[in-house]
Design a protein around this ligand. Structure first.
Ligand code: NI
Length: 218
């Protein structure tokens, strides 16, 4: 595929995904996809190695389309169909499907390792979006969707009860401890590690302040 043709595929994919995700409100909305796409491009550029930007962009844009939390298929069926329909080379189809099939966070104990640099980059970008100010906002939004309280001080903060299928945590603040605070150590690339450090600190500051306010200390 020529460059121009590739750009057209990216653009078409962008509109396809946008139409699929518009109106979604669990924190996995179109703007999440958009941020992951932008961040994946930034990481790819800063890493500066031989990264296939076509694969990175397609995987970033399609990474939540077949999310197993939302669809019953464990194979990224929609992604595969879309790419084949778009006339993308077989090797690219299988690379992108491999990435999107492996990307989601399945709990701290389940390692979803990415084999290629492109996969590592998209996974990092997706995980970074659950951190920092945006990550905090998303955490509470998802909390509403799953009927979580903002915080339940009667439950131990360090006891992990996260059930991913149900997206269950004692409260949204508990979800910081069973997911958000663990992401920093899961980054693959140097660039993402640096960004994650910064975002992690911000979450810690937020939690510190939140818990103090909760007890009327601030
Ligand atoms: Ni995502």
């Amino acid at each position: 595929m020529q460059n121009e043709e590739r750009n057209q595929v990216i653009e078409k994919t962008l509109y396809y995904v946008k139409s699929k995700f518009e109106g979604e409100s669990t924190g996995h909305d179109w703007w999440h996809i958009y941020r992951v796409w932008k961040m994946a491009l930034r990481i790819a550029e800063e890493e500066g190695r031989n990264v296939d930007l076509f694969v990175v962009q397609l995987a970033a844009l399609l990474h939540d389309l077949d999310d197993w939390k939302f669809s019953k298929n464990s194979e990224p069926k929609q992604t595969k169909e879309w790419l084949e329909k778009s006339g993308v080379e077989k090797s690219v189809v299988s690379h992108v499907c491999d990435i999107v099939g492996n990307i989601s966070f399945k709990g701290v104990k389940v390692k979803a390792e990415m084999k290629t640099m492109e996969g590592k980059i998209v996974q990092d970008a997706d995980r970074l979006d659950a951190m920092g100010a945006v990550g905090i906002a998303r955490c509470f939004t998802t909390g509403t969707k799953f009927n979580r309280q903002i915080y339940d001080p009667t439950k131990n903060l360090n006891k992990i009860v996260y059930d991913l299928r149900k997206n269950y945590s004692y409260s949204s603040i508990h979800h910081f401890y069973d997911k958000l605070l663990l992401l920093k150590d899961l980054m693959n690339t140097k660039t993402a590690k640096k960004i994650a450090e910064e975002r992690h600190k911000f979450i810690e500051q937020f939690l510190d302040r939140f818990l103090k306010e909760w007890d009327g200390k601030l």
